[in-house]
Design a binder for this molecule. Structure first.
Ligand code: SF4
Ligand code: SF4
Ligand code: SF4
Ligand code: FES
Length: 954
């Protein structure tokens, strides 16, 4: 294996024990925690024992017999991977007899293995090849005439990896990886003895089995049997860099393995604290979008959105954008322009955009897409606990006894965390799921939720209050914890409120749809089952009472003493890679970095001194206010970096009207997305592979994003923001994102200890990181809450304005699926489409039958906001009266249906509750026809730019 790409493998997992064991291996004394295998102890002593079936991410299996050792006083040759170290043992790993035995084992393997090492895709990176060398095997006495597997069929069904059974040594690593690491149980070894073979599902091709393409088996395979197709095509990588996945809020660390400037594969990083060597199909395989032909790499401008695009130089594009923004401000006033920055961007990019808006635009009209996902988390957790962030590390779930998942679908949305959680559940932790749908985690291999509270969408607040009612009235409160750590007055008021009969599970059953007995039993389990941890997602926040539910969750955790140590806590599962970070670094219109209100004069003075400008003291416009102001004629210019508001924001037609009303929209993106179709300036963006920076995941963990190839369009996104700022007359001169992080740290107390140097040293840093916590803070609120005393908040249930009626009798709720991501701009441009190539509407069989709908039918969905057409999936995952869809494909227009209702505190849209009617139809909706027309026109306007380029030779 190429030296620089080699990963150390200790053979068996690390054991944790307070007791230590000292033994002697090949004459070296070594001390290890009790329970450590001889194989791992040998590595600690600097000795590698040959192995094939063992790897340190999996429990030892003891099948290959290559790791045999001799132990003084013991008969035979035990396997070092399955034999625990004992005090005083004297072990020998290298003797002539062991050499002979190992050579014999290898001979048998090689006698049923193709001898095509030179042309094999794993050549140079194959453990079987390595072991043949290590054991000194020079020839094979048995011929290939007898029974063998050399002509076994390949399974090429998975788009990303192939399975070549002729190379399989039946070491079982893939099967164990699928079970232990991923928790999907898709693989078995079928047959016995010579006949035994790895088999997905019931001897199906991978793509037809339960496999979710996480890649754990590929990573575990010691041969070329399971191999990335990219390696087969491109050859073995030559160099690598550690970076962070640009998809979800788990923030998995990856090693980008490269050949020149080309990515050969993304390998999950074993030392990545968020993922510990695991991955999902998106981060592991779906990176091809970065080099997709749809990338636009030349800046473009046009006067009107009905004009063809004109390819121009960077200077021209930036100059035009700046002059337009100046013109609009001169005509409509300082507050007539603003910026939106995506939570997919790095911290440094987000910081620069908010600085650009506040310092160069001179207003606070900056917002981020966290507005439409987790803004209620920021608000709710700040009010109750004192900090707008989750309380734990992901690892903490290993110490949870009860896991409550509410409004989150981790196996689809946060797959690597889901795998960790499932592992803990298989070890015996109990699971409560609160979700309108029967999501996978409710019942999956070796996992069964104790309680699935299948609530009616929109009744979250009534549910958390009924849980609290049970805890309070049944005497399950953590009295001492509350007395020591929480605010008396607010607690007493809350206790009185939740105790009222109207908040009991029985009284609210008709509203929530949750049987009172289940509600009570779930509350008892949460309060008394040991360490109880809550994980929640957008099914909590994207409601008209999203902030109230977040506060209700925090109330539950405080009332039961479940905040402030490992294994417990309140954990928002963040949708996108940098939702946490974009909020932290001041992307909201009311807050400067570190969640400090713009009206705070002391804070503002600090930024004014550092930035050399005076800042507005009034909050600026939130995204929905920007749209309203555009339609009113007072908001006329927008700088939108990395966000596709037309597809992702609710009530698409309203958003489109707002954009049509503006005079200058500058979109900075990889692709001509739906928003760019309304733009006047297009500035090419850079993918996560083309820039340096940091992302902050749902654990508050700041990890490095590292440039592995030059930006395709010359500049990284942070450089483009600088160019725009300079053109507007506000100088920015950073040489590297490290300098931007240094500025964030200097101006933000919770970040004051954060630096690239520290991240380099530790691998990542969890904020707060400052003088009080110089290496960061894995668990928050340990001795006391950040706000001092924890504050209970009354959670009065108020039914959504969005009511079912005779005209709209069903509730639509939306979400995502594993293989696609958000608006799909990235994943739709990969082979992930093979799993999910269109958004579909899930509907319960009863509702389907009532309407004469069968699986696969085209159905029209109509709400008071608009209508669209999708194909139906008839599914018992739904409850009667509720339908569900994803929003990954622009042409399906899920957000044409969603309304402008939003959270009372933060304006987070109520995506999860829309009253709809569903009927069979035979043709696209009017909106879809208009979408197709507009899409075609815009494609032609882009095409004309291509033509112009060719003609002018640009
Ligand atoms: S890719 Fe993942 S889910 Fe599929 S078989 Fe391998 S380990 Fe199992
Ligand atoms: S496919 Fe690979 S990991 Fe699985 S049994 Fe065969 S050689 Fe081992
Ligand atoms: S779990 Fe999230 S961060 Fe990890 S690989 Fe998948 S998409 Fe990327
Ligand atoms: S490595 Fe120990 S038996 Fe295979």
């Amino acid at each position: 294996m190429l030296e620089h790409l080699k990963v150390s493998d200790f053979g068996t997992p690390r054991r944790e024990s307070e007791q230590e064991v000292t033994l002697e291996i090949d004459g070296n004394s070594v001390t290890v925690p009790k329970g450590t295998s001889l194989m791992r102890a040998a590595v600690d002593a600097g000795i590698q024992v040959p192995k094939l079936c063992a790897t340190d991410s999996l429990e030892p299996f003891g099948s290959c017999r290559l790791c045999l050792v001799e132990i003084d006083g013991r008969k035979g040759y035990p396997a070092s991977c399955t034999t625990p170290a004992e005090p005083g043992m004297k072990v020998r790993t290298q003797t002539p007899k062991l050499q002979e035995l190992r050579k014999g084992v290898m001979e048998l393997y090689i006698s049923d293995h193709p001898l095509d090492c030179l042309t094999c895709s794993a050549n140079g990176n194959c453990e079987l090849q390595d072991m043949a060398g290590v054991t000194g095997l020079r020839n094979v006495r048995y011929g290939f005439d007898g029974a063998n597997h050399l002509k076994s069929e390949k399974d090429e069904s998975n788009p990303y990896f192939s399975y070549d059974a002729s190379k399989c040594i039946v070491c079982n690593r893939c099967v164990r990886a699928c079970e232990e690491t991923q928790g999907t149980f898709a693989l078995t070894i079928s047959g016995r003895g010579f006949e035994s073979r790895v088999s997905p599902g019931m001897d199906e091709p991978f793509m037809e089995s339960e496999c979710v393409s996480c890649g754990a088996c590929v990573e575990a395979c010691p041969t070329a049997t399971l191999q990335e197709k990219s390696v087969i095509w491109l050859g073995q990588p030559e160099h690598s860099k550690i970076t962070t996945c640009a998809y979800c809020g788990v923030g998995c660390g990856f090693k980008a393995e490269m050949k020149g400037n080309e990515v050969v594969r993304m390998v999950p990083w074993k030392d990545g604290a968020a993922n510990e060597g695991h991955s999902c199909v998106k981060g592991r395989f779906a990176w091809g979008y970065a080099t997709h032909q749809d990338r636009i790499t030349t800046p473009m401008i046009r006067k009107k959105i009905t004009d063809p695009w004109q390819a121009v130089s960077w200077e021209e594009a930036i100059g035009y954008a700046a002059s337009e923004f100046k013109r609009i401000q001169a005509k409509y006033g300082r507050d007539s322009i603003g910026g939106i920055v995506s939570s997919r961007c790095t911290n440094e990019e987000g910081y620069l955009v908010q600085k650009l808006v506040r310092a160069a635009f001179g207003n606070n009209n900056v917002d981020t897409c966290a507005r439409v996902c987790h803004s209620p988390t920021g608000y709710g957790l700040k009010q109750t606990l004192g900090e707008s962030a989750g309380t734990q590390t992901f690892k903490s779930v290993e110490k949870a006894d009860v896991i409550l998942v509410m409004g989150a679908n981790p196996t689809d949305g946060h797959p690597v965390f889901a795998s960790r959680m499932k592992k803990r559940l298989r070890e015996g932790a109990k699971l409560i799921v609160i979700d309108p749908r029967k999501i996978d985690i409710v019942k999956s291999p070796h996992i069964q939720a104790e309680y699935h509270l299948q609530l009616r969408p929109g009744t979250n607040v009534a549910v958390v209050t009924a849980l609290a009612h049970t805890i309070v009235t049944e005497g399950l409160l953590a009295e001492q914890y509350i007395a020591e750590r929480c605010d008396d007055k607010s607690f007493n008021e809350w206790r009185e409120f939740v105790s009222r009969a109207e908040n009991s599970p029985e009284a609210t059953e008709a509203t929530t749809g949750v049987p009172a007995a289940d509600m009570r039993a779930a509350a008892r389990l949460y309060a008394t089952g040991g360490n109880a941890a809550i994980y929640y997602g957008l099914g909590v926040t994207e409601h008209s009472q999203g902030s109230t539910t977040v506060m209700g969750i925090a109330n539950l955790a405080m009332a039961t003493g479940n905040v402030g140590r490992e294994g417990v806590g309140v954990n928002p599962l963040r949708g996108q890679n940098n939702v946490q970070g974009s909020c932290d670094i001041g992307s909201f219109p009311h807050e400067l970095p570190g969640y400090r209100h713009v009206s705070d004069t002391t804070v503002r003075n600090e930024f004014e001194a550092a930035w050399g400008v005076s800042l507005q003291s009034e909050p600026g416009l939130r995204i929905p206010n920007m749209f309203d102001a555009a339609i009113d004629g007072s908001f006329m210019g927008l700088y939108c970096e990395g966000e596709d508001i037309v597809q992702s924001d609710p009530d698409t037609q309203h958003v489109a009207h707002a954009l049509e009303a503006m005079e200058c929209i500058v979109v900075q993106d990889l692709f001509l997305n739906e928003t760019a179709k309304y733009a006047h300036v297009f500035l090419p963006g850079s993918s996560f592979l083309e820039k340096d920076g940091t992302f902050t995941n749902a654990e508050r963990r700041i990890s490095r994003v590292r440039k592995v190839m030059p930006p395709k369009a010359k500049y990284a996104d942070w450089e483009v923001t600088m160019l725009l700022s300079n053109a507007l007359g506000y100088p920015m001169n950073y040489k590297h994102p490290e300098e931007i992080m240094a500025e964030i740290a200097a101006l933000t107390p919770t970040f004051s200890g954060v630096s690239y140097e520290l991240i380099e040293k530790q691998g990542s840093v969890q904020w707060p990181c400052n003088a009080a916590a110089p290496t960061g803070t894995p668990t928050m609120h340990i001795d006391k809450f950040v706000r001092g005393k924890g504050k209970f908040i009354i959670t009065q249930y108020v039914a959504s304005d969005e009511k079912v009626t005779r005209k709209f009798p069903l509730i639509l709720t939306t979400g995502r699926i594993l293989s696609q991501y958000n608006v799909g701009a990235q994943t739709r441009r990969t082979d992930n489409n093979q799993w999910h190539s269109e958004d579909r509407l899930e509907i319960h069989p009863v509702d389907a039958e009532d309407r004469g709908i069968t699986d696969g039918d085209w159905v029209g969905i109509q709400s008071r906001a608009g209508d669209t057409v999708l194909r139906a999936i008839v599914s018992e995952r739904m409850q009667p009266g509720v339908v569900y869809t994803t929003f990954h494909f622009p042409e399906s227009g899920a957000n044409v249906i969603t309304t402008d209702n939003s959270d009372w505190a933060t304006n987070c849209p109520e995506y999860k509750v829309t009253a709809v009617q569903v009927m069979p139809v035979s043709q696209p909706s009017e909106w879809q026809r208009e979408f197709s027309r507009f899409d075609k026109v815009q494609a032609e306007l882009l095409e004309q730019r291509h033509a112009a380029e060719v003609v002018t030779g640009k």
